[in-house]
Design a binder for this molecule. Structure first.
Ligand SMILES: [Zn+2]
Length: 113
């Protein structure tokens, strides 16, 4: 479970940004989470509700956008999204792949008042 640490950093970044914008309240936080990050939305929401108490983000809603996995074949440079656990290249069938995206976990934007 690494959602607690992730949620802490999400909250502190959001609070910092809101502070910079001199906002009095954070209404929404839009997150982008890669499918490979293993982050569970419900856990982040749970920790967020707990951690954001007594902050201006207490009433903020979280929005999760999932980004699909993207892999690149080291053999022929084909970029593809695997649909299941078969990560072999669809072009040359080599399994020498590199992960391009799918591990990210970041704040896309925040909405404030
Ligand atoms: Zn290939």
């Amino acid at each position: 479970m690494h959602e607690l640490g992730i949620t802490q950093s999400i909250l502190s970044i959001a609070l910092e940004k809101a502070n910079e914008a001199q906002a009095s309240k954070i209404t929404k936080i839009n997150l982008v989470i890669g499918e490979l990050s293993g982050v569970v939305d419900e856990c982040v929401q749970f920790y967020f509700d707990f951690l954001s108490k007594d902050t201006i983000a207490a009433e903020a809603s979280l929005s999760f956008e999932r980004t699909p996995n993207k892999l690149r074949c080291r053999n022929c440079d084909t970029v593809f999204s695997p649909d299941d656990l078969d990560w072999a290249c669809p072009n040359c069938h080599e399994a020498k792949i590199e992960i391009i995206s799918g591990r990210e976990c970041r704040i896309e934007s925040i909405e404030v008042e």
